[in-house]
Design a protein. Structure first.
Ligand SMILES: C[S@@+](CC[C@H](N)C(=O)[O-])C[C@H]1O[C@@H](n2cnc3c(N)ncnc32)[C@H](O)[C@@H]1O
Length: 234
């Protein structure tokens, strides 16, 4: 089982300290929402965001969106061999059901995430497809009881896709965790990096989070022979 944790996702509501700024007010009016119930987005709030601390790490929900698009609905998901968690910058953890079909349209994804942050779950009633769980990142990593914990990180041990694939378990009953940062710039805090045993780099340049997710997912899928298994049962 592969558990992917998207770390420090740049996914939050507009903070109250910039909610009265003209750029934010105009956007809220256009969307017909309260300013503090809009997802913070560099595209719409870039000027206002210069007033925020650590603004370079924030306001990029599209990174989570594109990462989820590259992870979900893959053969690995369809075989029930993948779990996805979102770790937000305020420490909250969201569990994403692996059979969720998210909107392909970014604006609709934003609406869904706003509902999730407001109510803690989506949909508001019935079986949750995404919901906030009452755990810290440290507890989550501990509770998943993984045999291997891998953090994708620039400056980690240089690793080719072949070496990565060979290092993964072939047995799907062995849980492994991979962490990928879902923020635009800056570094992960030591409190996060220290939770992972193996720190691996997959290219000499900075990669897009969704490319890293895809590389990990397909390396694991190939290692456990998921596509071969799917063909053998038809
Ligand atoms: C765009 S990076 C985030 C921050 C990055 N320090 C920057 O300045 O752009 C998103 C994430 O992708 C992963 N990543 C990016 N480049 C990588 C690489 N060359 N090897 C392994 N993981 C990488 C890391 O998990 C990183 O947190």
């Amino acid at each position: 089982m592969l558990h992917i944790i998207l770390l420090d996702c740049a996914l939050e509501f507009v903070p109250s300290e910039i909610s009265s700024m003209k750029q934010v007010q105009k956007h809220a009016f256009r969307r017909g929402k309260k300013p503090t119930e809009l997802l913070l987005d560099q595209t719409h709030h870039g000027r206002a965001m210069t007033k925020l601390s650590e603004s370079e790490r924030r306001g990029r929900p599209d990174i989570t969106f594109l990462s989820l698009m590259s992870i979900l609905e893959t053969p690995l998901c369809k075989e029930g061999l993948l779990n996805v968690f979102l770790h937000l910058q305020d420490g909250r953890i969201i569990e994403v059901r692996s059979d969720v079909r998210l909107p392909r349209n970014y604006e609709r994804f934003v609406g869904l995430m706003e509902q999730l942050l407001l109510t803690g779950r989506v949909p508001p009633k019935g079986d949750a497809l995404l919901h906030v769980i009452d755990k810290s990142l440290g507890d989550l990593v501990k509770d998943l009881n993984a045999e291997q914990t891998i953090l994708a990180i620039e400056g980690g041990q240089k690793t080719t896709i072949h070496d990565l694939t060979e290092s993964l378990p072939t047995d799907t009953s062995v849980p492994i965790i991979v962490g990928v940062g879902a923020f635009p710039h800056g570094d992960l805090p030591d409190s996060t990096t220290s939770l992972f045993e193996h720190k691996l780099e997959f290219d000499k340049d900075v990669m897009m989070a969704w490319h890293v997710c895809a590389e990990l997912l397909w390396a694991y899928s190939s290692r456990v022979g998921v596509v071969k298994t799917r063909y053998s049962v038809i």
